[in-house]
Design a binder for this molecule. Structure first.
Ligand SMILES: Nc1ncnc2c1ncn2[C@@H]1O[C@H](COP(=O)(O)OP(=O)(O)O)[C@@H](O)[C@H]1O
Ligand SMILES: [Mg+2]
Length: 293
């Protein structure tokens, strides 16, 4: 309980210092979030539902460079949010703030109504296990087999037995079509296969939210399709909550419940994929979409 109280005080202190309003009351935030998002997402809202991720007035600077400016975003249970935007717009920084890899300069991030932005080092580890991340560069351990890469976090972070972790690893490797490659090490796998191992590893942790940072950008074109197929299957059939930064417009159009367009550290526009792609409201969105066709 002490930890929680210290955390709240810490958050209030920082909020007061930066002149940021304290986080909203959870029920009020859920109600306002629903009113805001109900026409912007294909998500099927439950009565009184609270978002899984709630970002309020998020700001992040590196030195004098302000990278995120007053970002406000909810992600709902099972929702697939695709984030688009030019390079340097702050997409990775936003994901890294959600995943506690960066400390926000100010603002609030809640996971299931629990403030994570003021988290002390001790509960960072606990909070981070709720957040899965798939990186552009896979970030697998090169000296471990595909199976071991999926096993290790389950044992170390979740405290599972080797037997349980191996069962789960084989299950998730089968889902991504790599059961036969379980004993191969990353250098013996194609980039697409490595990324599918990384997805299996993230899913095996059963996070509350799975974050993807340009998961296909480092792949040869012919390998992109297989990774997108795995992500599509995950999005449509697993009920997983996903935030996906990608330039794959076909994926965004087909799979997203909501598309968010960021530029210059600001959420410029968000909405249903057909609205954002076919009838963008903002000139900057139109220009960006024109530039990548
Ligand atoms: N650790 C860092 N130190 C300084 N500047 C950074 C750091 N990380 C990101 N930036 C800057 O923040 C801006 C946004 O970067 P990023 O979030 O990676 O954008 P995106 O993922 O949309 O391409 C860029 O101008 C980048 O140079
Ligand atoms: Mg990036």
């Amino acid at each position: 309980m002490h930890g929680k109280r210290n955390l709240d005080l810490d958050v209030l202190h920082r909020a007061a210092k930066k002149d940021v309003p304290p986080a909203l009351d959870a029920d009020e935030a859920a109600r306002l979030g629903y009113e805001h998002d109900k026409v912007l997402s294909k998500h099927h809202f439950e009565t009184g539902e609270h978002p899984v991720v709630r970002i309020e007035h998020l700001e992040k600077s590196f030195g004098d460079t302000q990278v995120l400016r007053d970002v406000n975003l909810n992600v709902w249970n099972g929702e697939i949010v695709v984030v688009l935007g030019p390079s340097g717009s702050g997409k990775s920084t936003m994901l890294r703030c959600i995943n506690l890899l960066e400390t926000p300069t100010s603002g609030h991030i809640m996971i299931e109504d629990q403030e994570i932005t003021g988290a002390s080092k001790t509960n960072t580890a606990e909070l981070r296990r709720d957040l899965g991340m798939v990186f552009q560069q896979f970030n697998l351990f090169p000296h471990l087999s595909a199976k071991e890469n999926v096993v290790i976090g389950q044992m170390k972070v979740l405290g599972k037995s080797r037997k349980e972790a191996e069962e789960e690893a084989m299950k998730q490797l089968a889902v991504v079509g790599l059961a036969e490659r379980a004993d191969f090490k990353p250098p013996q796998l194609s980039g697409g296969q490595q990324q599918r191992v990384a997805i299996a590893r993230a899913v095996a942790m059963h996070p509350k939210v799975l974050l993807f940072d340009e998961p296909t950008s480092a792949l040869d074109p012919e390998l992109v399709r297989g990774v997108l197929a795995v992500m599509r299957d995950l999005a449509l059939n697993s009920g997983m909550t996903m935030v996906v930064v990608t330039h794959e417009m076909g994926f965004a159009r087909d799979v997203a419940d909501r598309v968010v367009f960021m530029e210059n550290g600001v959420v410029v526009e968000q909405g249903l994929p057909e609205d954002v792609f076919d009838h963008p409201k903002e000139d900057r969105t139109r220009e960006f979409l024109g530039s990548i066709k």
